[in-house]
Structure formats: structure tokens, C-alpha cells
Design a protein around this ligand. Structure first.
Ligand SMILES: [Mn+2]
Length: 231
């Protein structure tokens, strides 16, 4: 997993977005469209953190009865929605919902979405640079059912890779956490953040499992004297 040669992008804003779950009946399409319009208007760089499509294939954990589109239609809509911001996308990660098809058929839908758009496919995890900051991003795993479990899943990323900004999705809630670290360059702020999902709470998995509703939507990071998350 090398840092990409062409990965030192610059932009005043970075938007981390994912967990759309296109095809799920609870998708908040209005929120998704509004966030994509905002990304376009801001000309921000965008990192896609995976689970773009619900992908409820047979014998997976999700119910096909909660889907209102076929996986292929879900992919087509994801491509259509991302096309207007294509040049702003740094990379697309693959989430666990894509992994269902990868496991069953050896095809990763999010890899195909990236290829169709002509943007880098970042797989499960990637280390890259923006504005001189090293960023580690991943769809993420784990998180369990508690707020501390979710935070731990995010903080664990720093055991795996050395970066100044850690970003993940998967937990369907927005978390921001900052830590100070002593580095050879002096004290540095390390930023941890997640994006939320675009699934409404009613009739959702979270509601059925009696989990608290998560903060929905994308995560916006600005770059001043240090990276800062706008909530
Ligand atoms: Mn998800």
C-alpha cells in the first residue's frame, strides 16, 4: 500500500463522504443531493469512504426486501451522482457491502464505479497526502454498538499507519477527535474523523437493533494553521 506518486493534492477543503447505501429504502436522497451540490460549489477535494451501494445480494446480512433497486441500478446511480464531481475525487474506497459481491463472485462493485469514473480506487485502505498532510483513510471495520466502541474503532487506525489525519466511515455516525503527539518536528495535532451515513433512522438497522441514531452526512475538513473539522 504505497503512497501514490501523484497524491500530494492541494485544496482548501476536504470532504469525506460515504455510507450512502443507494438502493436502501431509508436513503435520504435529498440530503445526499444537497451534500453533492455543496461539494461541487465548494470545489473541495472529496474522499469516498465506501458503502456507496446497499448491495443486498442473496444470503447476505441485509434484507433484499428493504431494497428498492437492483445492485446494477445502484451502481449506475452512484456513477451518475459522482460524475459531476469526478475531477474533485481523490479516491474511492471499497466498503463491506461491496465485499459481499467480491466474496461471492470475485467482482468489486466500487472498483468498477471508480474505473467508470476514471478516478483512483483506494481499496480497503490508503495512505495519501493533501496540503502536505499525510492522510490515512479506510472504510473501516468494527465499532460495535456503543459510542466508545465506535471511537475505539477509529483510534485503532493509528496502530496500523502513521498519519496526521485518519478518516473512516462504516460506523454511520460523525465523530471528531484530536490528539497531540510529540514528533521529531515538534508537537503535532493528530486529527481523527468519521463520516455519517445517508440512512434515515426510521425502519433502519440501527433502529431495529436499538442503537442510538448517528449523526448523518459528510465530514468537512478545512486547512488553516492545522486541519479542522467543521460540524
Ligand atoms: Mn455502511
Amino acid at each position: 500500500m504505497p503512497i501514490m506518486k501523484s497524491s500530494n493534492y492541494s485544496a482548501s477543503n476536504l470532504l469525506a463522504i460515504g455510507d450512502w447505501h443507494i438502493g436502501h429504502q431509508s436513503l435520504d436522497y435529498a440530503l445526499l443531493k444537497a451534500d453533492l451540490a455543496y461539494a461541487k460549489k465548494k470545489r473541495a477535494k472529496v474522499i469516498i469512504l465506501g458503502d456507496l451501494i446497499e448491495n443486498a445480494i442473496p444470503n447476505c446480512a441485509s434484507s433484499q426486501f428493504e431494497s428498492n433497486m437492483h445492485p446494477e441500478e445502484q451502481m449506475e446511480l452512484a456513477i451518475e451522482l459522482l460524475r459531476p464531481i469526478r475531477t474533485q475525487i481523490v479516491g474511492i474506497h471499497s466498503g463491506n457491502h461491496s465485499y459481499r459481491t467480491l466474496k461471492a463472485a470475485g467482482i468489486d462493485p466500487e472498483k468498477i464505479i471508480a474505473k467508470e469514473l476514471g478516478v483512483p480506487f483506494f481499496g480497503s485502505q490508503h495512505l495519501w497526502k493533501l496540503n502536505g498532510y499525510t492522510i490515512y483513510s479506510a472504510h473501516g471495520v468494527g465499532g460495535g454498538t456503543t459510542p466508545t466502541g465506535r471511537l475505539n474503532a477509529l483510534l485503532k487506525l493509528s496502530k496500523l499507519a502513521t498519519a496526521e489525519i485518519y478518516l473512516m466511515g462504516h460506523i454511520h455516525s460523525r465523530i471528531v477527535h484530536k490528539e497531540m503527539k510529540i514528533t521529531p518536528q515538534g508537537e503535532r495535532t493528530i486529527l481523527f474523523a468519521t463520516c455519517g451515513s445517508y440512512l434515515k433512522y426510521d425502519e433502519s438497522y440501527a433502529s431495529r437493533m436499538l442503537l442510538a441514531p448517528g449523526k448523518m452526512g459528510m465530514c468537512e475538513i478545512t486547512f488553516g494553521t492545522e486541519p479542522y473539522v467543521i460540524f
